[in-house]
Design a protein around this ligand. Sequence first.
Ligand SMILES: [Zn+2]
Length: 502
Amino acid sequence: MDIRFYNTLTNEIAPFEPLTPGQVKMYSCGPTVYDFAHVGNFRSFLFADLLRRFLEAAGFDVWHVMNITDVGHMTADEEADGSGEDKMQVAARRLKEDKKSGKVEDGAVADPDDPYQVADYFMQAFLEDGRQLGLKVASEFPKRVPKATEYIDEIQQMISTLIARKHAYVGSDGVVYYSVESFPNYGQLSGNTLDALRVGAGGRIDAADQGAKRHPADFMLWKADPKHIMKWDSPWGAGYPGWHIECSTMSMRVLETDVLDIHTGGEDLIFPHHECEIAQSCGATGKDLFARFWMHARFLLVEGEKMSKRKGNFFTVRDILAGKATGGPVHPAVLRMELIKSHYRAHTNFTAEGLSESANTVRRLTELGQRLHAECGGKPAQVDRDHPVVRAFLEALANDLKVSEAMTVVHAWMSSPGEDAAEAYGVLLALDQVLGVWELTGADEASEDPESEVVQKLCELIDEARQTKDFSAADAHRQRLIELGYEVRSSAEGTFAQKKLA
Ligand SMILES: [Zn+2]
């Protein structure tokens, strides 16, 4: 299969082949665990998940690592000298307020003054959200989900290497800085070369930022700070690492390589975060390349606008699932579909209308899965990636992850899945290896569950009652389903009940 991806590093679509045949090593910048993840974060995480699942379906053994940033990510992350406040500090303070106001349940974090407990609370929340939305890497914790605080020794080793190789120095303020002038390729990813940064009022740095540094764009690797919320002994004083060095260290350590095949993240991470990762990693290894492909997801809009707390259109994954954005609960599979269905290099516009389209797709796929599963007795035929439907689907994705083309293949196939239920069920499972929808909606229904017939019947009764406008009967049936632990959604297309995922 001819795989081609857009590479931010070269600004072009290029053929993709991993360094080691058959094996792909990819790293995705994960969450800073100082709050619940919002839908925009998950747009980027699920883009990485789609990419990983596609590569697996195409036959690769994929090592996918996504880190947890639990220290060193400053509120002023555009400032490279560790100014601002650690986001964990902010989280600890906010958590105390939330506890007082009852927003955080009692006992969730025994001691909000303990940053490890605060980080763990939000990390568990992220892993739970991730598993609900079918983010595969979230189920691979802790093996493929490293935490920065558990890599402090390795981070310090890398800083020592950078100092020994003259890429880093201790500034006059005691902070260890990376020397951007020591790395001629600085700016290769973002276009923010030192010349470009220096030019004009639009430049992102000026001499006033220089302070204790040799060059205003030099950025912090380690900051000695005895008052910091989390600190470790080091040759440069007790303190904490910078956010950028954490990712360079964890990616190479956990993936066991100096050169990654793919590095992903949201577009907002291109500069300075990813630019700095390249400078650090190449500086330490002496190699020309750190990641061969850089792939970035564009940010998410909500009803056409940039998400912001001020505008009131800022939603966590939990808000959406609980129905805070749309007025009714949303099944995780529906949110997953909504977040993966637009091309990763286009802005996803999150809308109530889009969500209801996604719900229809999920419902169609789930009902088809239920029917095929019943017809073939849960025994799919062996379907591999040479099956014409699966091949067409994967070929669309091989073309820089054209999801909409791949979904066109899926919808066409759903309209006429063929006579052979076992074969069709095999196709559905093959497609779902990438889509991850049936695995979230179908598992309960498809198992030998006597409840499923009752649920089916109740959904039909709701639809009949709705047609005759007998709303109290519809409500009674709906209530019955809710008591059985189901989430119920009725729309023009009919009623759809899904077991609530724990
Ligand atoms: Zn990162």
